[in-house]
Ligand binder design. Sequence first.
Ligand SMILES: Cc1ncc(COP(=O)(O)O)c(C=O)c1O
Length: 455
Amino acid sequence: MGNAASILVRAHEIAEHRTPQLDKNELQTFVQRFHRQKDSFLELTKQHGSPLYVLDEKALLKRASDFSEAFEQVLDDVRVYYAVKSNNHPRIAELLVNAGLGLDVSSGDELELALKAGADKIIFSGPAKSESELALAVAHADRVTVLMDSVAELERLEKVAAGAKREIRTGVRLTVDDNGIWRKFGIPLANLRLYLSRAARCSYVKLRGLQFHVSWNLSPDNQVVFIARLGAALRELDKKQRSMIEFIDVGGGFWPPRGEWMQEAATPEGKLRHAVMEHARPKPEHYRWPAAPIEVFAEHIATALKKQILRDIPCMIYAEPGRWISHEAMHMLVTVADRKLDDLVITDGGTNAIGWDRFELDYFPVINLSRPSLTEHECYVMGSLCTPHDLWGYSYFGEDIQAGDVLLIPTQGSYTYSLRQHFIKAVPPVVSLTDGMLVTGQSSHSKTVCSEQTS
Ligand SMILES: Cc1ncc(COP(=O)(O)O)c(C=O)c1O
């Protein structure tokens, strides 16, 4: 079959495919939860103006304790390190440190944030760490474990640590996919034995563990598959090398339990439709890939670890969840500035607060708190940036939508605030849902002046 013909056959299969739709009752129950908190949200905009990020401290702490509990139930010795990159608000780091979590950082900036937050359990991972970043880690060797990414990094770290005459506890990251873009992380499993021999000759770098990270998992399958590969590689090591391993870090990548909510354009059949019909109007339906509960992730990962590794190498298990913990911890509040058409409104805040054109693909309900209703209406809800991709959604929940209405875009806690950009408009301030206070940043729309410090 020719190339064009096989593409058409595959296109036909995709066009026939039906991604599961998001259940309407589940969606309404989700919206209702925010209706119940409407007065608190509206009060925040009265006090601090609009747009705003709202930090929900209770939701954050609940997620952190649910995650830890799920893993502690099935593993004897487990430590949870929150991945700061998923939401780098200093107050989040501080709250999680006070709740007993460690922090997973990926740069000198994040390491400084973790140190300021008072973390005494910090893992520092990420490719191509600079000499000054390594020196900062060595200066805080009592609190930091460096997860090295390559042989060159091992050598650089040994030099930096020797210069400071300080030993540093480390691990090494393993490549989970030997093809394509994920090869940029860590060392191939096939090179582990050599790497451990090289590390054993170091005087200051103390290699004590292994790390892997598989991204975007709706179920534990990918992690379980890699643990089997890792178990096989570890069985090839000699006794002395195995005895070096005090911890195995299973990374992050746990999808929040509500699953992945999508606009039609993000489904395989929607991508195809939009590729061949450039100006296709988005369909009003919402779609969802379901995700496994965290207890299922924990149970399957623990079973695989016990079977493949822990019998021979009894070690601590680390996890680095980001999204699972921060996803529900922040919401956006914006206000309708202009009702331009019956099916198009513009809000005061733009998606520079989110950092990417998220809502053309991801679906989150836009909830009109000023006219609450469980009915969803089609309407383009757009931001005020000078780009047509500045969009919050193609619909809203409410009785109607008018200038001055306050809209909530819920659960925007992960990979949004950390990606914020001062693009055309300033970044909004952050307020706490718990006590109604400004927690950081200077409001661009009120006279409140506030330090960058958390309080
Ligand atoms: C090494 C590492 N650990 C943990 C995480 C956190 O992943 P997630 O937020 O999906 O849990 C990431 C995310 O990119 C990562 O690169």
